[in-house]
Design a protein. Structure first.
Lengths: 507, 248
């Protein structure tokens, strides 16, 4: 059976191609759920911040923390350095809080959740029932690895968490996996100790905004020595119109623990832009290991650049402990505008940071994304593999910083940035900053830019593979190193997504 | 039956006429060799037949069983049974050799209204043919043609030919870059695939390949035309005397 298993890991295969075809439309998550919502009044003010805090039934310290952030934010300016061109965001023309009315009282179990909400997730292929399912959120049938897998899910709908699965099973191991609003109430000491310590309230315009108005998100704590037995995943859905989503995720991996976490995101097709400004903080203690994967598929706007999500996200991991390790993997296919730099602070000696990224920009999408690797500890290592694909009239920028502190002796970085262009109206840009202040440390940087090669295409065609499939094949080959870094359960889904995102971009 | 009728071809990019009036009829089961000096238009002919973009057909026709294939895209021609073994097989990083071949085979099967093969069925067929051509599993796991030696690339072309089972095979200078042993292996594969339903067009500079693959007809091509046609003895004549005397 070993060959069979290998076949599953090989690049795109026929089933993948077929399922891409069967999807028909290019963005299949664009539906809207008709549901009774409760909104906070439009606009942003101290009152709104207080209201969100009150809605979440928060302690005073949390409210004060938010208010400090808000005060800071009003004095800040939106950053203008990214290679992004978008109309200014009217922060007062947004709702900052939207919650399905049926969730007024948090359901005790998923059985109590309104059917329309459950249907939404069913339609998205997200398992909210505690079932073991064959690898793969959607399209599991073509996976050869038939061992049932469990994935625990926290589902966030607009501003609130709908529910979390497998909680009890995780609790037995001392693992906490719940919404952050719950964690603030149930585990205030843990939250207080760590929130804002990786991404400070004052960090940047969007992080500060998030600190003031975040409504929900996920919280994970893995106790010392525990290896989390299943994938944890959060699924973010923006549904309401003119509503921003501001989630905040905090993951703490205590000494010698391990967790693999995945987030997915979708939104309906709407003509207006919607704002998404999230913060993710990872705390990694001695010899702990966090694998954090993102499949970002927010609505990208239509082929003329109308609508789509503005995605401004601050993600950072603090490798505080010795020999700690973080691996960021991201598949960024959605959003009209993406601004995102998942970073690692390699503070502990011999800590390791890895960043694997596929960023796809098609039509009028714009992506300015990359990573920061800050080497502070001795013997720290980092690896960056970035694959940018631009098609249509899209602009795709890799922006990265590798900083090796004078005290970070014997540290290493390897960076590889590859860009692929499809057509001649798109752009790829690479902006790497490398600062090495220690003589015993080394950095390596490799970068390539290429176009889809006519000879490669012709070779595929000559074997009977049609043009669309051939492009999908070549692109998946280009991204393979990153796709393989994803948890097996999601790699196939990501492959399909890559193909869908580029549908119609050749020819 | 495969037929080329009064074919005239320009390369669009340079607006240069490369082929000026080729007529050739290839019956099922026949092996035809085309020889000629550099720049005679041999590779242009192979690309034109397989439908590569950038080759503009000014006049003439290409027919498969009496039907023109000029309007068919390259992938449609492939599915109808036209196979080109490339002089320089293309590398595609990250795409596994095995899944590439399976994708190709299933695409063609689908085009022809046949069921696609599942991985187990495919592997079974693949194994048989791979063993015969001395292609090991390790080579099938690697990315398509990436880091393959010259001999491995050509053997991989023949393996694809064996699996796709085309009716009309074009071998574009398959002997180039091969040592004697590799050439023997490749020829063995081709000879194995010879059958009464399958015909071959073998493009080569040198006679030596034709020692291993015996052609029924040999055509000498120069300046975009076929200037002489004969049997295997014509290839020997070229080997001994060069092309010059034929050109004058």
């Amino acid at each position: 059976m070993s060959e069979l298993k290998l076949e599953a890991k090989e690049g795109i295969d026929q089933q993948t191609i077929n399922s891409v075809k069967s999807l028909g439309e290019s963005y299949k998550y664009g539906f809207t759920t008709d549901i009774d919502m409760e909104y906070a009044p439009k606009g942003l003010s101290e009152e709104i911040v207080k209201l969100i805090s009150k809605k979440n039934d928060e302690p005073v310290w949390m409210l004060n923390w938010r208010l400090e952030a808000y005060k800071r934010w009003v004095k800040m300016d939106e950053p203008n350095w990214p290679m992004l061109n978008y109309k200014g965001i009217d922060y007062n023309d947004q709702y900052y809080y939207a919650k399905p009315k049926s969730l007024e009282k948090k359901p005790k179990s998923l059985d109590e959740v309104e059917p329309a909400l459950l249907e939404t997730y069913a339609k998205l292929g997200i398992p909210l029932k505690e079932q073991e399912f064959l690898a793969g959120v959607i399209g599991a049938e073509n996976n050869m690895d038939t061992k049932p897998k469990k994935v625990a899910v926290d589902a966030v709908f607009d501003s609130v968490s709908v529910g979390t699965t497998f909680k009890d099973e995780l609790e037995k191991l001392g693992i906490i996996f719940c919404s952050i609003s719950e964690a603030i109430k149930l585990y205030p000491d843990l939250v207080k100790k760590y929130i804002g310590t990786v991404v400070p309230r004052t960090d940047n315009y969007f992080a500060t905004l998030n600190s003031a108005v975040f409504s929900d998100g996920s919280f994970v704590y893995i106790p010392e020595g525990v290896k989390c037995p299943m994938e944890l995943s959060t699924y973010f859905r923006i549904n309401a119109e003119n509503t921003g989503q501001f989630e905040r995720t905090l993951i703490i991996a205590d000494k010698k623990s391990y967790v693999s976490y995945l987030e997915g995101c979708t939104a309906p097709m709407r003509d207006t832009h919607q704002l998404h400004a999230a913060v993710v903080e990872l705390v990694v203690l001695d010899e702990a290991n966090i694998k954090y994967s993102t499949v970002q598929n927010w609505y990208p706007g239509d082929e003329n650049g109308k609508g789509g999500i503005y995605n401004f996200v601050t993600k950072r991991a603090d490798c505080r402990g010795v020999n700690s390790k973080v691996m960021w993997t991201q598949i960024e296919t959605g959003s009209a505008v993406t601004w995102k730099y998942p970073s690692c602070i390699l503070r502990g000696d011999n800590s390791q940071g890895e960043f694997y990224s596929v960023a796809i920009a098609n039509n009028y999408q714009q992506a300015d994304t990359g990573t920061k690797m800050i080497h502070l500890g001795k013997g720290t290592r980092s690896r960056i593999v970035s694959k940018g694909i631009s098609a249509g009239k899209a602009q795709n920028t890799y922006r990265g910083l590798v900083n090796i502190h004078p005290k970070a002796a014997n540290s290493r970085n390897f960076t590889q940035c590859d860009s692929l262009l499809i057509g001649n109206k798109c752009g790829a840009h690479t902006v790497p900053y490398i600062e090495n202040k220690n003589n015993s440390s080394r950095t390596e940087h490799e970068a390539t830019t290429s176009k889809i090669d006519d000879d490669q295409l012709f070779y595929c065609l000559q074997r009977g593979i049609n043009e669309e499939d051939a492009v999908a094949l070549i692109i998946n080959g280009f991204c393979k190193e990153v796709l393989q870094a994803l948890p097996m359960e999601f790699a196939l889904e990501a492959q399909k997504l890559v193909a869908i995102s580029l549908e119609g971009s050749v020819g | 039956m495969f037929e080329i009728k009064n074919l005239h071809v320009n390369i669009s990019e340079v607006e240069k006429k490369i082929i000026s009036g080729i007529n050739l009829k290839i019956n099922p089961g026949e092996v035809h060799a085309i020889m000629g000096p550099n720049g005679s238009g041999k590779s242009t002919l192979s690309y034109t037949l397989s439908g590569k973009e950038g080759y503009e057909i000014e006049k003439g026709d290409i027919e498969l069983d009496g039907e023109s294939i000029l309007d068919d895209e390259p992938d449609e021609r492939a599915a109808k049974g036209i196979f080109l073994a490339f002089q320089y097989p293309i590398e595609i990083p990250g795409v596994g050799n095995l899944s590439f071949i399976r994708t190709a085979l299933n695409s063609q099967r689908k085009f022809n209204g046949k069921d696609e093969l599942n991985p187990a069925e495919f592997l079974k067929i693949l194994r048989e043919k791979a063993d015969f051509l001395n292609v090991d599993m390790e080579m099938l796991k690697r990315p398509l043609n990436v880091g393959f030696s010259g001999g491995e690339k050509k053997r991989n072309e023949i393996l694809q030919m064996a699996l796709l089972e085309p009716r009309f095979c074009i071998l574009d200078e398959t002997d180039s870059g091969l040592d004697v042993d590799a050439m023997k292996q490749v020829s063995k594969g081709v000879n194995f695939l010879r059958s009464e339903n399958r015909s071959f067009l073998i493009i080569t500079h040198y006679q030596r390949l034709l020692n291993y693959i015996k052609p029924d007809f040999v055509h000498i091509m120069a300046k975009g035309k076929i200037i002489k046609t004969g049997g295997p003895e014509l290839a020997l004549e070229v080997e001994n005397q060069g092309y010059t005397h034929l050109l004058n």
